[in-house]
Design a protein around this ligand. Structure first.
Ligand code: FAD
Length: 385
C-alpha cells in the first residue's frame, strides 16, 4: 500500500509541531516531576481543531483519517508524551467506540462535546486478576429495573483522574468467559462510582492513572454500548486505536531522543574532538535512523491501509510490536550517547527511556501481539504485501 503525505497532512503536521514546541515542550519536565496531568494542553488542541479529529462532520468533527491522527500524536509525543496519552481522552478507544458501536442517542449526546474538548473520556478493562486474559474479568453488571448495577474494580485506567466519561468492560450476570463480557458508559458522578487510588508507573507520570471503584454503581440501561457476546466488534475498534495512539507516541518520543543525541554528540568533546567524530557513535546514530524510518514506514502504511478501507489485525500487531521494541532500542542508544548526564533527572533523556518502556505492555503486550501475528499466519490470513 503506497502512501504519500498530502499537502493538507504536511500542514497538519507543521501546525501541531508549532503548537507542541511552543506550549507543551517547555512544561514536559515539570509535568513528569509533579505528576500533574496537563489538561490545559487538551484545551489548546481543541481550540486549534485537533480534538475528536476522527469524528464525522454530522457530529461536529472534521472527520479526519487515521494517518492524520497518527501525525498529530507523533508531533505531540515528540514534545510531551503525557499530553500524547491524554489525546486518548478525545481520540482514543472510548470516543471511537461511541462512534462505531454507540446508539444514535449516545453519538448525539457525547461526540459534539468530545470535539469541543469538553468531555475527556477513558476506558477501564484491566482488573487485578484480568490483564491479557480479558475473558476472565469479574467486574459485574446486573440489570435492575431501568438500570444496571455495577460492582467491582478496574486497574491501570489511564487519564482516570481527568476524565468525565468511562467505557467500562463488565461481565453480564451469569455468563462466563468472553461471551459474558460487554461494556457500559459510566459518567463521573454516577452514584456508587468513584476514582480510586492514584497509580504511579515508571513512566507517563502525568497521565492521571488510577483505579476505578464500583460499589452498587447505578447507570441507566440506555448507557449500554456493547451487549454481551460482541467483543469482536470492540476489538476491531481497539485495532484502529492501537495504530492511532500507542505506536505514534513511541515514534515521537524516539525521534526526540534521536534529535537530542545528534545535538549532544556534536557538542560533547572527549579526546580532543566531538564524540560525533567517533565511528562508534556514528554507527549508533545510523542504526537509530534506520530503526526510526522502518517504524515510521510501517506505521504510516498501516494507517493508510485503514483509511483505504483495508483494516487488518495483523498490520496493527506487526506495527505495534516493531515500533514498541524499536523505541526502546532508540531511546536506550540515545541515553548511551549521553553518558552519565543522560541518567540525570535534570535532562529529559531519562524520562524518554521511562516513557517508552510501558508501551510494550499497554494496549496488549508484545507477546500477545506475537500470538495474534502467529495465529493469522497459521490460519492463512497473512500474506506479504
Ligand atoms: C502505560 C499503560 C497504560 C495503560 N492504560 C490502560 C487503560 O487505560 N485501561 C486499561 O484497562 N488498562 C490499561 N493498561 C493495562 C494494560 O492493558 C495491561 O497491563 C495489559 O493488558 C497486560 O496485562 P497485565 O499487565 O495484567 O499482564 P498479564 O496479562 O498478567 O501478563 C504478564 C506477562 O505474561 C505474558 N502473557 C500473558 N498471557 C500470555 C500468553 N497467552 N502468551 C504469552 N505470554 C503471555 C504477558 O505478555 C506479560 O509479559 C495500561 C498499561 C500501561 C503499561
Amino acid at each position: 500500500m503506497p502512501y504519500e503525505l498530502t499537502e493538507e497532512q504536511r500542514l497538519i503536521r507543521a501546525s501541531v509541531r508549532e503548537i507542541a514546541e511552543k506550549h507543551f515542550k517547555p512544561k514536559a519536565q515539570e509535568v513528569d516531576r509533579t505528576r500533574r496531568p496537563p489538561v490545559e494542553n487538551l484545551k489548546i488542541l481543541a481550540q486549534n481543531g485537533f480534538s475528536g479529529v476522527f469524528i464525522p462532520q454530522q457530529y461536529g468533527g472534521p472527520g479526519l483519517g487515521l494517518l492524520d491522527i497518527v501525525l498529530i500524536v507523533e508531533e505531540v509525543a515528540r514534545c510531551c508524551a503525557n499530553t500524547a496519552i491524554l489525546i486518548g481522552c478525545t481520540d482514543g478507544a472510548t470516543p471511537r467506540a461511541i462512534l462505531h458501536l454507540g446508539t444514535e442517542e449516545q453519538k448525539r449526546e457525547y461526540l459534539p462535546r468530545i470535539v469541543r474538548g469538553e468531555l475527556p473520556c477513558a476506558w477501564g478493562m484491566s482488573e487485578p486478576n484480568a490483564g491479557s486474559d480479558v475473558g476472565s474479568l469479574q467486574c459485574k453488571a446486573v440489570p435492575d429495573g431501568d438500570s444496571y448495577v455495577i460492582n467491582g474494580s478496574k486497574m491501570w485506567c489511564s487519564c482516570a483522574q481527568v476524565s468525565d466519561l468511562f467505557l467500562v468492560l463488565v461481565r453480564f450476570d451469569g455468563i462466563s468467559g468472553m461471551k459474558g463480557v460487554g461494556a457500559l458508559l459510566v459518567p463521573r458522578g454516577a452514584p456508587g462510582f468513584s476514582i480510586g487510588k492514584h497509580i504511579e508507573l515508571l513512566g507517563f507520570r502525568g497521565t492521571g492513572m488510577a483505579e476505578l471503584v464500583f460499589d452498587d454503581c447505578r447507570v441507566p440501561r440506555k448507557n449500554l454500548i456493547l451487549p454481551a457476546g460482541q467483543m469482536r466488534s470492540l476489538f476491531e475498534v481497539f485495532n484502529s486505536d492501537r495504530i492511532a495512539t500507542n505506536p505514534p507516541i513511541c515514534i515521537g518520543v524516539a525521534q526526540a531522543a534521536f534529535e537530542a543525541a545528534v545535538d549532544y554528540a556534536k557538542q560533547r568533546v572527549q579526546f580532543g574532538k566531538p564524540i560525533a567524530e567517533q565511528q562508534g557513535i556514528q554507527w549508533k546514530l545510523a542504526d537509530m535512523a534506520i530503526d526510526l524510518e522502518a517504524g515510521r514506514a510501517l506505521l504510516y502504511r498501516a494507517a493508510a491501509r485503514v483509511d483505504a478501507g483495508m483494516p487488518s489485525a495483523v498490520d496493527a500487531s506487526i506495527t505495534k510490536t516493531f515500533v514498541n521494541e524499536m523505541s526502546r532500542r532508540v531511546t536506550d542508544q540515545a541515553m548511551q550517547i549521553f553518558g552519565t548526564i543522560g541518567l540525570s533527572e535534570e535532562l529529559p533523556m531519562q524520562r524518554m527511556v521511562r516513557d517508552v518502556r510501558g508501551m510494550s505492555i499497554g494496549y496488549g503486550t508484545t507477546e500477545i501481539h506475537r500470538n495474534v501475528i502467529a495465529r493469522e499466519i497459521l490460519e492463512g490470513r497473512y500474506s506479504e504485501i
